[in-house]
Design a protein around this ligand. Structure first.
Ligand code: HEC
Ligand code: HEC
Length: 117
């Protein structure tokens, strides 16, 4: 887990963005159920890149590459996780809004089990 693997993940995120560059360029997003409907393009892409890095997977792990608005089972799982993270921040102030996807995922789509399990 040196800086090289971190850099590869960032590059994957950039390549993923290029893959979906055309649909993302459209004026407004069509199928947001968790993020605010009027989220800026920059904020949405920052959220997506954060998820790519946290899960160690590219955009197509969750999206149909032809249409990022299309429903997929993986998007529905990610939405549930987004709601959980937002609930944790709201209900448990001692976490200082620092519980994120990375807190559990650490660059893997399925988080590690504790040692010995
Ligand atoms: C871990 C799953 C996951 C990954 C990886 C991911 N996304 Fe998403 N994406 C989502 C979810 C979930 C939504 C819907 C959010 C909502 O309902 O508010 C979404 C929504 C979007 C939308 C809005 C589509 C619309 O019109 O409704 C775009 C564009 C998008 N993602 C682009 C990307 C790009 C580009 C990448 C790679 C850099 C990426 N996503 C990686 C889960 C993911
Ligand atoms: C409190 C810990 C925790 C946090 C925080 C968390 N997750 Fe998860 N997530 C899990 C666990 C545990 C699983 C695996 C469930 C299983 O065994 O299949 C999982 C699975 C997933 C999956 C399914 C992956 C796959 O390939 O099957 C997605 C997508 C996902 N999480 C997205 C997210 C996103 C996006 C965030 C941040 C918004 C997030 N998670 C935050 C614990 C967490």
């Amino acid at each position: 887990m040196g800086s090289f693997s971190g850099l590869s993940r960032m590059l994957m995120a950039v390549m993923g963005s290029a893959l979906l560059a055309v649909p993302v360029a459209s004026a407004s997003f069509k199928n947001l159920q968790v993020l605010p409907k009027n989220v800026s393009k920059a904020a949405l892409i920052a959220q997506m890149n954060m998820q790519v890095v946290a899960l160690g997977k590219d955009c197509t792990h969750c999206h149909d590459p032809k249409d990022p608005a299309a429903e997929t089972p993986m998007k529905e799982k990610a939405r549930e996780m987004m709601r959980m993270v937002s609930d944790i921040g709201a209900k448990y102030p001692a976490t200082m809004n620092r519980v994120t996807c990375w807190s559990c995922h650490r660059g893997k789509n399925v988080p590690d089990k504790p040692p010995g399990q």
